[in-house]
Design a protein around this ligand. Structure first.
Ligand code: IPD
Length: 277
């Protein structure tokens, strides 16, 4: 049957594909790189160009909708999730990878209504994989249904994380000690691929057993959260409580047991909140 947000979903897919073409082409060209909150928090003209394309097309089609987008937020726009239909957009996730031509780069488009995530579309631009999830309708990659891993034992787990933008000695100490704790618990491995959204898509597809991070943003999480949940996985706060999209931290896993074990092993890194910046 036709759902209320089907048209929005179709437009999101088309825009994610168009954005992917722009990013793929730009990947090989010269880039002008600027920094944002830290020397490791990068932005290029392509981030802006892709965000402008996605937001302006969506505004034309859906003039009453609201937007939370990475580069608009960096320029001072407020990050608030109201009950209105809201698009949550990361034009290039993995900007540092993009700058270095490391081929793990994505476009992420999430959509929430009444503060509930309805769908997510993530385009792995270089591999031309389109990950989608719609509430109640499953998660897919290029038409193939996604299913998370059922692993519950850390000593059999492949774990993904991302470093986050803060690089001061105290933050790095906690970041490394969290990784050390999981390695002491005999995790098979810990991977850092440079894109939160794609790491979360790998988790959704069963290619890893858990993911955790401090210092990501709502636009890194929104679309991926629907995809993971629809693939049968768990997305929660690092405290073990329910996910808070604005809290800049997350644990995700194929099973609740695994997510809880990871959450219990972690020390917190405080990044503040997206809606208080
Ligand atoms: C960032 C990347 C990075 C992660 C950060 C994200 P961006 O997104 O996913 O790997 O550590 O938390 O914000 O800035 O490239 O869109």
């Amino acid at each position: 049957g036709v759902g209320p947000w089907d048209e929005c979903f179709e437009v999101a897919v088309q825009l994610a594909l168009r954005a992917g073409q722009i990013i793929r082409k730009a990947l090989t060209e010269e880039k002008r790189v600027s920094t944002k909150t830290s020397a490791a928090d990068l932005v290029t003209e392509t981030d802006h160009r892709v965000e402008d394309l996605i937001v302006s097309e969506l505004r034309k089609r859906f003039p009453s909708h609201r937007f939370i987008a990475e580069e608009a937020t960096a320029s001072g726009a407020k990050c608030v999730l109201t009950h209105s239909p809201t698009w949550i957009i990361d034009p290039i996730d993995g900007t540092c990878n993009f700058v270095h031509r490391f081929p793990t780069v994505a476009v992420s488009i999430g959509f929430a209504v009444h503060q509930e995530l309805e769908f997510g579309v993530i385009h792995h631009c270089t591999e031309e994989r389109l990950y989608t999830g719609r509430r109640g309708q499953g998660a897919f990659c290029n038409g193939q249904r996604l299913q998370v891993s059922r692993e519950t034992d850390i000593s059999k787990a492949l774990v993904l994380t991302e470093i986050g933008p803060k690089r001061d000695p105290d933050t790095l100490k906690v970041f490394l000690s969290n990784m050390e704790r999981l390695l002491h618990a005999k995790a098979h491995g810990v991977r850092v691929i440079g894109s939160s959204t794609l790491a979360l898509c790998y988790l959704a597809s069963g290619a890893a057993d858990a993911y955790y991070q401090f210092g990501l943003h709502c636009w890194d999480l929104a679309a991926a959260t629907v995809i993971i949940r629809e693939a049968g996985g768990i997305v929660m706060d690092t405290s073990g409580g329910p996910l808070d999209l604005m809290s800049c931290r997350v644990v995700a896993a194929g099973t609740r047991e695994m997510a809880t074990l990871i959450a219990q092993a972690l020390q917190t890194i405080n990044y503040g909140r997206d809606d208080e910046k």
